[in-house]
Design a protein around this ligand. Structure first.
Ligand code: SF4
Ligand code: SF4
Length: 161
């Protein structure tokens, strides 16, 4: 049976690749470089681990951690209970109940503002959606809890972070 066109050339090329010392050398150099690099990392004295909790890692800029409700210069919550954050939240984990604000510069404020942190996916959409810069995701990542109820952050907790 006749060989398909180009099969002979392909076979010859494969043969040359395994026998030609120049082609072999082209693999040897990168492999040697890789091994040297690995050896450098093995012999390096700098530790790659940190002794948490005695040592703490600084999160990278833009890290999205625990949520915080901000206060204005008078110490009042900035939130005006507009519900934009809860509408934008893809996890539906923000619960807001509004009430009339006792101040002249806004109509409403949140009477209840809960975030279920067990459902939150830390996407940052609430922060993006807020027109008042009232909510933000902080670099804090280590608030422990023992129960599910503790992971529901209420307004007081969010304002204290
Ligand atoms: S970070 Fe995302 S999931 Fe979490 S409360 Fe904000 S919008 Fe919802
Ligand atoms: S945190 Fe911002 S977006 Fe959410 S209800 Fe308050 S003002 Fe509106």
């Amino acid at each position: 049976m006749a060989n398909p066109p180009g099969a002979r050339e392909e076979k010859q090329e494969r043969k040359t690749a395994t026998t030609d010392p120049r082609k072999k050398a082209s693999f040897t150099v990168p492999v040697a470089k890789g091994l040297i690099n690995t050896l450098k990392h093995i012999l390096r004295r700098e530790p790659n681990t940190i002794h948490y909790p005695d040592e703490k890692r600084t999160p990278y800029p833009g890290y999205r951690g625990e949520h915080r409700l901000k206060r204005d210069e008078l110490g009042r919550e900035k939130c005006v209970a507009c519900f934009l954050c809860s509408t934008a939240c893809p996890a539906h984990c923000i619960e807001i109940v509004a009430e009339e604000a006792p101040w002249d510069d806004r109509e409403k404020r949140p009477r209840l503002f809960n975030i279920d942190m067990m459902r939150c996916i830390y996407c940052g959409m609430c922060e993006e959606a807020c027109p008042c810069d009232a909510i933000e995701l902080t670099p804090v990542f280590n608030i422990p809890s023992r129960t599910r109820a503790e992971k529901i952050y209420d307004k007081e907790k969010l304002l204290s972070l």
